[in-house]
Design a protein around this ligand. Structure first.
Ligand SMILES: *[C@@H]1O[C@H](CO)[C@@H](O)[C@H](O)[C@H]1NC(C)=O
Ligand SMILES: *[C@@H]1O[C@H](CO)[C@@H](O)[C@H](O)[C@H]1NC(C)=O
Ligand SMILES: *[C@@H]1O[C@H](CO)[C@@H](O)[C@H](O)[C@H]1NC(C)=O
Length: 298
């Protein structure tokens, strides 16, 4: 059968042609998706091909071992640059922000004492050590190989701060008369906070106030946890409670003390956000399919 010669009045044949088109469209789509899935694989393939050729003697970066770094504020960061076949070339680190030369080979060039070049003989790792990293140290660092022209690999350093979280925030609903139990968790702090203050509507909670029944238990460690317990909740205990660690950001929670008869408010279910991917191709599938049905129907 030659589809091109089929008269248009022959509906089943046209439908067959459209089904073939549908199949072709589907396979093209699948191929495209596979191609994008294997985009990273192609560089591996290129490396593998290079390994067999003359270019295997040229220096190159081992990018899988020279990745972006997320470091805690104040906690020593290590930026790794792995170079294969360095030969008699040199590896340098340059801070991109101000094109400041930090290290050359095993020598530290910058006068900023926080930076240091680390390299062990016979290893192919050239590490930049940054002590006490600050927010302003976040940014791009360039690992350079002294070829002509030079080769560069860029590494992003992201300096993050300790985080504070109150379990159940932003809102806690509790029945009058029961115990308010607020749990504040401090993560990633380089050392346990010296103290954690709790505030109620911006006034520091004092544990020996006339209110009574208020206690705080703080457990220090790699993760520091502070529990604020308020017994026999009254409506005057409603409001904003803030956990204030000495070395991390404060975090707040709204406490709503409900009268006995009140039932907790209903909340609208979280909105579902469906993925938008492939919508266009599904619509096209539908269109082709519908045309087929139309043509096949007597
Ligand atoms: C490194 O981080 C930058 C900025 O966030 C990003 O554009 C880049 O793709 C990241 N590189 C890798 C290898 O993850
Ligand atoms: C580096 O080695 C190459 C051969 O591998 C040589 O031709 C070149 O002169 C050397 N350069 C230096 C600075 O030693
Ligand atoms: C308060 O809640 C935490 C969990 O969020 C729990 O581990 C702790 O035992 C509770 N404390 C009291 C006294 O109920």
């Amino acid at each position: 059968m030659t589809p091109a010669m089929t008269p248009l009045t022959d509906r089943p044949s046209v439908a067959a042609l459209l089904l073939v088109l549908l199949a072709l469209f589907h396979s093209a789509n699948t191929l495209q998706r596979d191609a994008s899935k294997h985009k990273d694989g192609s560089t591996n393939l290129a490396n593998a091909l290079d390994a067999g050729g003359a270019s295997r003697l040229l220096p190159h970066f081992d990018k899988a071992a020279s990745k972006n770094v997320t470091s805690l504020l104040g906690k020593t960061a290590y930026l790794n640059c792995k170079v294969k076949n360095l030969g008699n070339k040199t590896v340098s680190w340059v801070r991109h922000r101000d094109i400041h030369l930090l290290t050359v080979g095993r020598y530290t060039y910058t006068s900023d004492q926080r930076f240091r070049a680390i390299h062990h003989p016979h290893s192919d790792e050239w590490t930049l050590q940054i002590k006490y990293p600050q927010h302003r140290d976040s940014g791009i660092y360039e690992c350079q190989i002294s070829t002509t022209p030079h080769m560069s690999h860029f590494i992003h350093l992201n300096v993050v701060e300790p985080t504070t979280d109150i379990i159940g925030s932003p809102d806690l609903y509790i029945d009058r008369g029961s115990t308010i139990n607020l749990t504040c968790v401090v993560l990633y702090s380089p050392e346990p906070p010296a103290y954690i203050f709790w505030n109620h509507n911006d006034a520091i909670i004092s544990y020996d106030s006339t209110r009574g029944g208020v206690s705080v238990i703080t457990e220090k460690g790699e993760t520091t946890t502070s529990f604020l317990l308020i017994q026999r909740a009254k409506s005057s205990d409603s409001g904003k409670y803030t956990c204030n660690p000495s070395n991390a950001q404060p975090k707040s929670i709204m406490v709503h003390v409900l009268n006995g008869e009140d039932s907790p408010r209903e909340f609208p279910a979280a909105m579902q956000h469906g993925g938008q991917a492939h919508h266009r191709s599904s619509r096209l599938y539908c269109l082709i399919f519908c045309v087929c049905l139309l043509l096949l129907s007597p």
